[in-house]
Ligand binder design. Structure first.
Ligand code: SF4
Ligand code: SF4
Length: 104
């Protein structure tokens, strides 16, 4: 897999007021509590965003769309990360950049 880095990715996604992946301290509580198990790993997704690893984000189509947006993780997140909204933002990004749907 190529490691194409987009250093502006987090800034681009943060245009959504709710997007706050940078608040994640990578504790793993969300992964432990998620009813989807290891299929959805918010902390991994957010780390990719913060590191500008756009290719990795785009490769996470299945996990991103497997999220139930149930917010069980969010209610237990010690950092107040808007996990469900962040995942929703990543969905929009993938739909636009991978599937070419929506605004360019
Ligand atoms: S529970 Fe919150 S702070 Fe901990 S890894 Fe998940 S998103 Fe990050
Ligand atoms: S909102 Fe998504 S990541 Fe969080 S617990 Fe529910 S299914 Fe898992």
């Amino acid at each position: 897999m190529t490691a194409l880095v987009n250093p502006g990715l987090a800034e681009e996604l943060e245009r959504s007021d709710e997007f706050n992946a940078d608040a994640c301290m990578n504790c793993g509580v969300c992964s432990a509590i998620c009813p989807m198990g290891v299929d959805v790993q918010p902390r991994k997704l957010f780390r990719y965003v913060l590191l500008g690893m756009e290719d990795r984000v785009k490769a996470e189509v299945e996990p991103v769309f497997s999220c139930l947006l149930c917010k069980m993780c969010e209610e237990n997140c010690p950092s107040g990360v808007h996990i469900a909204e962040n995942v929703r933002t990543l969905r929009h990004h993938i739909v636009r950049t991978v599937f070419g749907i929506g605004r360019g």
